[in-house]
Design a protein around this ligand. Structure first.
Ligand SMILES: [Zn+2]
Length: 273
């Protein structure tokens, strides 16, 4: 949370008749007290908000203001994830310009460890063809079992990876498992596998091959992260999933959701052109 966010909050709190003290971008005891008073009027009240630290209550207050303007911040939980980041940016822009901005890419650029989409064939070799060539692939064992999206009773314990990305995928799966644990991965539906290697064209394209045709892309939980859904609907845009994406991005992988606000199910070892 930046000083501009706190200034915005102080301005709004004063306009609502609370007393946040001077509008100085600093969260002091008077601002904290005003935030507390404002939050107490929220319906429904977020669970446990009384014992949250003041900073978390301030974030919750910004989330509530965004929601009041029709901008979806995700759940009012006081946690700063990509959805809140988007909502607060939109909220401040709305105040400044009177307009709701489109999604913009708010991530720090991931390290450039993988080629761009245009360079993929030069780096990874030819893509797979249905009933023909198959790229060199490795089965990377997963530390938690995946349920298959189209048949949830069926599980599998690995992901197919292009041999050049297999070590990276293995590290990523280990880190994700360490961070969340198997139970939470299940509860968050991060154990729902919706695709790895697939020799097919990009959805909606007549000529461009999907990154899945090189076995350098994965889809998770497609039913709750539809292709054309934005961060307001996609489950993987919620704050709970921020560590999941940061683990992929630390290895240079690209989330289409985080960079383009579409296809939130998808992650790939290729940068966007
Ligand atoms: Zn995909």
């Amino acid at each position: 949370m930046r000083a501009s966010h706190i200034r915005f909050l102080q301005t709004r709190l004063a306009a609502m008749g609370h007393d946040p003290g001077p509008v100085d971008g600093l969260r002091g005891p008077r601002s904290d007290a005003a935030i507390r008073t404002a939050l107490a009027t929220l319906r429904p009240l977020p669970k446990g908000w009384q014992i949250w630290p003041p900073r978390r209550r301030a974030v919750a207050c910004l989330q509530a203001l965004a929601r009041a303007e029709g901008i979806d911040p995700g759940p009012i939980d006081g946690l700063w994830g990509p959805q809140t980041d988007y909502a607060v940016t939109a909220l401040l822009a709305l105040q400044r310009t009177g307009q709701r901005p489109d999604w913009r890419d708010l991530r720090p650029a991931p390290p450039a460890l993988w080629p761009t989409e245009a360079e993929v064939a030069a780096t990874f070799g030819p893509h797979g063809q249905l009933g023909g060539f198959t790229p060199p692939m490795v089965k990377v064992p997963s530390p938690w079992p995946f349920r298959i999206a189209w048949n949830l009773a069926e599980t599998r314990g690995f992901l197919w990876a292009h041999e050049n990305t297999a070590a990276s995928v293995a590290r990523i799966l280990q880190r994700i498992h360490l961070h969340y644990g198997a139970q939470r991965l299940h509860d968050l539906r991060l154990d729902i596998f919706s695709g790895d290697y697939a020799p097919r064209l990009m959805r909606g394209s007549q000529s461009r091959w999907s990154m899945h045709a090189w076995a350098i892309a994965y889809d998770f939980d497609d039913t709750e992260n539809r292709l054309h859904w934005g961060a307001d609907r996609a489950r993987l845009a919620r704050p709970d999933y921020l560590p999941f994406w940061e683990i992929w991005e630390a290895e240079g992988w690209t989330s289409l959701g985080r960079s383009r606000n579409r296809d939130w199910m998808h992650v790939q070892a290729a940068r966007l052109d």
